[in-house]
Design a protein around this ligand. Structure first.
Ligand SMILES: C[S@@+](CC[C@H](N)C(=O)[O-])C[C@H]1O[C@@H](n2cnc3c(N)ncnc32)[C@H](O)[C@@H]1O
Length: 202
């Protein structure tokens, strides 16, 4: 993924508006599947209180590093290799995790691995944000998402738009509670989960 993504250019503004509030108290964000690095550069630039840790699988790492080296602000760490299927993940627990447009690309077993990694890789009171298209009760949020899902599954039968309830069940198993489900432009969602805090810590 060496060329820039037009979708990223369109969605980075709306996502930033949610993350500004959601990550207000966070310090270190691990991004999974950073792709081109456009989100990493934009969010690190506009959220300077954060340290942003981009990552991707070996396949995309060279292109990602190239892009970040050209345009990264000081609070953006060098990209690391991270495949959610290979555990434990190669970094200390973080207090925030972000991933965009990855759950419908990786197979369902990798989605399960992602939440297995979240269970140990996200610190107490940590926040998880996942952006992308989802189905609700087996229904798509738009005809274009139904079409997109057919395309994805024809290309790779393991991939496809995930059902919100199944993903939320994995989040619960990982010790997270759903805090918000933001409807975003172009029929996408930004889902936010947090680790519940003990009463004395609130
Ligand atoms: C459609 S791209 C999205 C890239 C970027 N986040 C965006 O929103 O434009 C899907 C990304 O998921 C990543 N991905 C797929 N399988 C993965 C896995 N097993 N572990 C980590 N990342 C994975 C790909 O490498 C790719 O960067």
């Amino acid at each position: 993924m060496h060329s820039l993504s037009e979708a990223c250019e369109r969605n980075k503004g709306p996502i930033l508006r949610v993350l500004t509030e959601t990550f207000a108290q966070s310090r270190v964000v691990l991004e999974i599947g950073s792709g081109t690095g456009q989100h990493a550069v934009h969010f690190a630039t506009h959220l300077p209180h954060l340290t942003w840790q981009p990552s991707d699988t070996a396949e995309y790492l060279a292109g990602l590093r190239e892009h970040l080296a050209l345009s990264g602000p000081a609070n953006l760490r060098a990209a690391i290799e991270l495949d959610v299927r290979r555990q434990p993940w190669p970094l200390d627990p973080v207090d925030a995790l972000f991933t965009a447009n990855t759950l419908h690309i990786m197979g369902w077993s990798a989605v399960r691995d992602l939440f297995r990694g979240v269970a140990t890789g996200l610190s107490a009171s940590g926040t998880l944000c996942i952006y992308g298209p989802f189905r609700y009760g087996g229904r798509y949020t738009s005809p274009s998402n139904a079409e997109f899902d057919r395309f994805l599954q024809a290309r790779d039968p393991e991939s496809g738009i995930r059902d919100f309830a199944s993903v939320n069940a994995l989040a619960s198993e990982a010790g997270l509670e759903l805090e918000a489900d933001h409807s975003m432009p172009a029929n996408n969602q930004l889902l936010v989960w947090r680790r519940p805090q003990a009463a004395g810590q609130r």
